[in-house]
Design a protein around this ligand. Structure first.
Ligand SMILES: [Zn+2]
Length: 74
């Protein structure tokens, strides 16, 4: 049996806030992501940074930022 209210009851803003999507700075404009393997892994995909200087992985929400690009804070 599943209780539709259970998900909202277990939602914890404090702990969720401590786990933001991972960001990875890359050289160049192409990245490969497999989720890092393990439980969070996914089939390897190749991503290309757009004009904004970053690209998000559609599987694991990691954000790849091109070093020196518009989205690179440094
Ligand atoms: Zn990924």
């Amino acid at each position: 049996m599943t209780d539709p209210d259970r998900a909202s009851q277990t939602y914890n803003p404090a702990t969720d806030f401590m786990q933001p999507p991972e960001t990875v700075v890359i050289d160049g404009h192409k990245a490969a992501c497999d989720g890092g393997g393990g439980a969070l892994g996914h089939p390897k995909v190749y991503l290309e940074v757009g004009d904004d200087g970053f690209v998000d992985c559609g599987y694991c929400d990691r954000r790849f930022i091109q070093r020196g690009g518009p989205a690179d804070a440094d």
